[in-house]
Design a protein around this ligand. Structure first.
Ligand SMILES: Nc1ncnc2c1ncn2[C@@H]1O[C@H](COP(=O)(O)OP(=O)(O)OP(=O)(O)O)[C@@H](O)[C@H]1O
Length: 274
């Protein structure tokens, strides 16, 4: 209960200098050591008559060691929000912080490094390389960066994700759920500040989807990760600590301790009847 209330306060706070209580309460500075946040973030695609305001003055905190779901009707700006916070898109105005680092202040080279070292991604299509074994897929970010894994952490991730007996298998020799677990392990292996999951259960049957959601939950509860997940699925959102609802590029609601029924009701209210 305390955690949910804390997460809500933190999300609802003006994400700028006013984000005192919740972020400070978890041992960070007022700006929060972990997690990510946006301050008056606006993203406009195109110009003139063609301009699309995909995000309109969004101030939100994705609190450290919390599992946050991002929901809303198609075109609401969910992917844009995720891409801006992950440093894949520039803000038109406003600011994005990963931990205490403001992304707009970074050169391209440093932004690339921050993305590689501090952000993990799990996509709907697992994006595993077919010719590599599970182990080599998991280690790919480190191979590309020329760094070596922290053995103990790698062992922990492999154990929590129950991949110990799959490490020498190639993606074609694994089920969808196993492939998604490898993708999650790859996202976690660098111990990122935040993991973004974009519809991570979209391609999975409901049982395997539930397994992946449990693993994301475990990544937060057992490994201390911060996870933000875009989803259309109220059941998936029910695994999160809180849900941020977007509509027309704005945050319209935040729900703590979500249940699938309450999420579904809220989505109906937003005209999202999928
Ligand atoms: N590269 C782009 N160029 C122009 N417009 C874009 C671009 N990317 C997104 N948009 C527009 O920005 C708005 C928000 O898109 P976004 O993909 O963030 O929504 P979403 O909530 O993720 O939608 P969905 O659930 O359908 O994936 C939409 O109107 C979309 O058409």
């Amino acid at each position: 209960m305390g955690n949910a209330a804390e997460a809500r306060r933190s999300i609802n706070d003006e994400a700028g200098g006013g984000a005192t209580g919740a972020a400070a309460g978890r041992g960070g500075a007022a700006t929060g050591e972990g997690g990510a946040r946006t301050v008056h973030l606006t993203k406009v695609y195109g110009t003139g008559d063609m301009a699309v305001r995909a995000l309109d003055d969004v101030s939100v905190v994705l609190p450290e060691r919390r599992f946050t779901a991002i929901m809303g009707p198609s075109g609401a700006g969910k992917s844009t929000l995720m891409h801006c916070v992950a440093g894949l898109e520039d803000a038109t105005s406003g600011k994005v912080y990963v931990g205490d680092q403001e992304l707009g202040a970074l050169s391209d080279r440093r932004l690339t490094r921050l993305r590689r070292e501090r952000i993990g991604f799990v996509f709907q299509a697992f994006n595993l390389l077919p010719t590599l074994t599970a182990r080599d897929n998991i280690l790919l970010p480190m191979t590309l960066a020329g760094t070596s894994p922290d053995r103990e952490w790698l062992d922990t991730v492999v154990r929590v994700l129950k991949l110990g007996d799959r490490l020498s298998h190639r993606p074609s020799e694994m089920s969808g759920g196993q492939q998604q677990r490898v993708a999650l392990a790859r996202a976690l292996v660098t111990r990122p500040q935040i993991v973004f999951a974009d519809e991570p259960t979209g391609n999975l049957d409901s049982r395997t989807g539930a397994e992946v959601l449990t693993l994301l939950r475990n990544a937060v509860d057992d490994l201390g990760q911060t996870v933000a997940m875009v989803t259309h699925d109220p059941v998936a959102a029910g695994h999160a600590d809180s849900v941020v609802f977007l509509a027309d590029g704005r945050i319209v609601d935040v729900m703590d301790a979500p249940t699938p029924d309450r999420v579904l009701d809220r989505m109906r209210g937003l005209g999202d009847l999928r």
